[in-house]
Write a protein of this length. Structure first.
Length: 729
């Protein structure tokens, strides 16, 4: 298959499209059945009840699926009924819309779980406005029963569908994690080669953050109840993917130092090519999972990596300050790339059934590494602070909807004014970056969607055809809501216009396209304007994110440098380290995403970007150093560790103290000279004394911890300090 066709198939076979297709099929079944039994009007209202439950419907663990869908159905019904009841009383309807919007947007306090509920609740109200009272053949009670029935049936359908597709979702999310990792690997590989344009470190960190999000989604699903052999196999492969991520991060170590020597260029070019080949292997494994193929055996690249150490251009080249020679540094670099190779081979053997998964690790990990599925009350209790972003965003949204509703009443086409509110709801986001991202896509998508919907309605297609178009548009809209919002904007426009036509049973065969575009531009303008009202600038969140990152790094250092797991009788220390490692990654990812969002904010309110980028860079480097030390300690687990125990303990305390801004109060242990020896005596380029490497990594890790503290101090410097950098506001 060609590259373009393969990429297209990866999208079509992804979990996003699978859930979109599932939603479309469910909507078609529900609306079609209602049309056959109750007629067009009832089918249209039933469809609305189902549609408002679609936003929370994503691939997720079976255990929390019902709980994620119920809030949309339970909260949507009374608001739909309230709008129906007050539809002929504009003032009272506005008095319902504004406070209801405020409380709906408070669901954003629950993060990624709450945002779809916000959309569902707002859709229940705005779509109810599209049901003209004078065309309602039934009573208010009948209309609400149709709506509630659609919601309830869809909740049941989506819960059953998620359970039936659970196995497929597991394969898809693992494949998507592999593809995200391969993209990161190629970006990392480009940094090895000075003959190509080196990607900026910011791009690398952004891909690290996106990979962390993808891996958490995969953890939630793959680590749930791994009781069958297939689930255990996929969960074990995910654990190996996490290890590859660690070794890939560690491959950045010493790279800048090695790149500064022209004689190492030939080796780095070859290493770049080998990393690209390993990324291709990950892509093939992902495609095997998506395309239902059996995995083929892979090539072991260890011999090729070993040959790189013998290239004559780098033999015996000494580096300044009596550190390791260039030969030694390259040997360490090839070994870290070799560890990536080893993990990919393990993934391959697991995929082919040649090795059994580590059931102990799989069964104990799932209880610790999945996101909670219950609706905790804690977010609702802690958001009642004036500086809490969810509270400010709820006020902002309520004011925007109030302004949009008031303006819609003054428009000459006020009967379709709900479209302004729909636009505000889908465009206005908690950050300016996300609002701007959706603004342009919404305008372009609405123009295209309005033209397409107008063409469809102009054909005077029969009701049955329109009832097929609605779920098809729903499927496309839901499939691309996260990945390609402009596609969602086009299909959602078609969905809304055709659905509104079915509900109203209007005599006109076509909506006024210019009016619909004007509504969209007005809604986008209001959302954009109100994004500056009570703003939650990223710099206000930076201090807590920085402190979280420092604390996570300090805890990870203490646990990673502990030798307790080598003498423990259970897996508790190992799991503790994995949890600490996950939090370290997640804290840096959250800081990366906040930093990226701040780039589109007004210059006067941006945080100090340069120290922030340095903090992130040093944070990932510290993670890499400690990951490498951890790997070497595992390689020496059968040896006597007494020779490095004092150095490990001292380094852990120094790193933790620096990050927490505490003085350990201890004197540095006597300096231990690192003897690197004669590299020519090594018979195997991957077998050598690890003690000098461990001591060097510990020293570099301590320096990085000090740098992180200095970076953090610069980031957290209050506004008005001599450098003029804006601080937290």
């Amino acid at each position: 298959m060609t590259g373009g066709l393969t990429r297209a198939l990866r999208v079509l076979l992804s979990s996003y499209v699978a859930t979109g297709v599932s939603a479309g099929v469910g909507l078609a079944l529900i609306a079609g059945t209602a049309w056959l039994l109750l007629g067009q009007y009832a089918a249209s209202v039933v469809a609305v009840g189902a549609i408002i439950c679609v936003p929370p419907d994503h691939a997720m663990p079976r255990r929390g699926k019902l709980g994620s869908l119920l809030p949309a159905a339970v909260l949507g019904l009374p608001l739909f009924a309230g709008v129906q009841l007050l539809q002929d009383q504009p003032l009272h309807l506005g008095m319902l819309l504004v406070p209801a919007t405020f409380f709906a947007f408070l669901a954003g306090a629950w993060g990624a779980r709450g945002l779809p509920v916000v959309i569902s609740i707002m859709f229940a109200m705005t779509f109810s406005m599209a049901v003209p009272g004078h065309l309602n053949d039934g009573s208010l009670l009948a209309t609400c029963l149709y709506f509630g029935s659609g919601s309830l049936i869809y909740v049941i359908y989506a819960t059953v569908s998620n359970a039936l597709l659970n196995g497929r979702y597991r394969s898809q999310l693992l494949a998507q994690s592999m593809l995200a990792l391969s993209r990161l690997m190629r970006t990392q590989a480009d940094r090895f080669d000075t003959t190509t344009d080196t990607p900026p470190i910011g791009e690398l960190m952004q891909k690290q953050a996106l990979l962390a999000e993808q891996l958490q989604a995969a953890r939630d699903l793959l680590l749930e109840s791994p009781r069958t052999p297939r689930r255990q196999q996929l969960a074990a492969m995910l654990i190996n993917i996490l290890e590859i991520r660690d070794h890939l991060l560690a491959s950045e170590l010493d790279l800048d130092l090695v790149r500064s020597h022209p004689e190492a260029q030939a080796v780095l070019v070859e290493m770049h090519a080998l990393l690209d080949l390993m990324a291709d292997e990950l892509d093939r494994h992902a495609d095997d999972l998506l395309f239902f193929r059996r995995s083929a055996p892979l090539t072991d690249w260890r011999p090729a990596l070993a040959a790189l150490n013998r290239m004559p251009q780098v033999q015996g080249r000494a580096l300044p300050e009596q550190g390791p020679s260039l030969t030694t540094l390259l040997r360490g670099l090839t070994n870290r790339v070799g560890l990536i190779n080893d993990e990919i081979l393990r993934v391959n053997r697991l995929a082919r059934g040649k090795v059994e998964p580590d059931l102990t690790a799989v069964r104990t990990a799932w209880k610790l590494f999945v996101s909670p599925t219950s609706w905790s009350l804690r977010p609702a209790l802690v958001l009642w602070r004036w500086d809490a972003p969810p509270l400010r965003h709820a006020i902002r949204a309520a004011l925007a909807v109030g302004a949009g509703y008031g303006l819609s009443l003054a428009m000459p086409w006020a009967t379709h004014g709900y479209w302004i509110l729909v636009t505000i709801v889908v465009v206005l986001r908690g950050s300016l970056a996300h609002t701007l991202e959706r603004r342009n896509s919404r305008v372009a998508g609405t123009i295209l969607g309005s033209l397409l919907a107008g063409a469809i309605l102009a054909t005077q297609a029969p009701t049955l055809v329109l009832l097929v178009i609605v779920p098809l548009a729903q499927a496309v809209s839901h499939s691309f809501a996260i990945k390609r919002y402009i596609v969602t904007a086009v299909s959602a426009t078609v969905l809304s216009l055709v659905q509104a036509h079915l509900i109203s049973a209007a005599d006109a065969t076509m909506f006024n396209v210019p009016e619909r575009i004007a509504d969209t531009i007005i809604g986008v303008g209001i959302a954009w304007a109100f994004s500056y009202v009570l703003p939650s600038w990223e710099r206000s969140q930076i201090p807590s994110l920085v402190n979280r990152a420092l604390q996570a790094q300090a805890r990870h250092a203490q646990i990673a440098l502990s030798l307790g797991q080598f003498t423990a009788v259970d897996d508790e220390p190992e799991l503790e380290w994995r949890l600490a490692r996950k939090e370290a990654y997640d804290s840096l990812s959250a800081l990366v995403l906040a930093t990226r969002r701040s780039l589109v904010e007004p210059r006067a309110v941006r945080p100090a970007l340069e120290p922030l980028e340095q903090l992130l860079s040093h944070g990932y480097q510290l993670l890499a150093q400690l990951t490498t030390v951890k790997t070497m300690l595992l390689m020496r687990r059968d040896e006597d560790q007494s020779d490095i125990r004092p150095a490990l303990r001292f380094a852990a305390e120094e790193i933790s103290g620096a990050l927490r801004n505490e003085d350990s109060g201890e004197e540095s242990p006597p300096f231990v000279r690192v003897e690197w020896g004669n590299e020519e005596e090594f018979s195997d380029p991957f077998v050598y004394d690890l003690r000098p490497w461990i001591l060097r990594r510990l020293s570099l890790a301590q320096e990085l911890a000090d740098s992180m503290r200095l970076d953090a101090n610069a980031v957290l410097k209050p506004v008005g300090e001599p450098d003029g950098s804006p601080g937290p506001g």
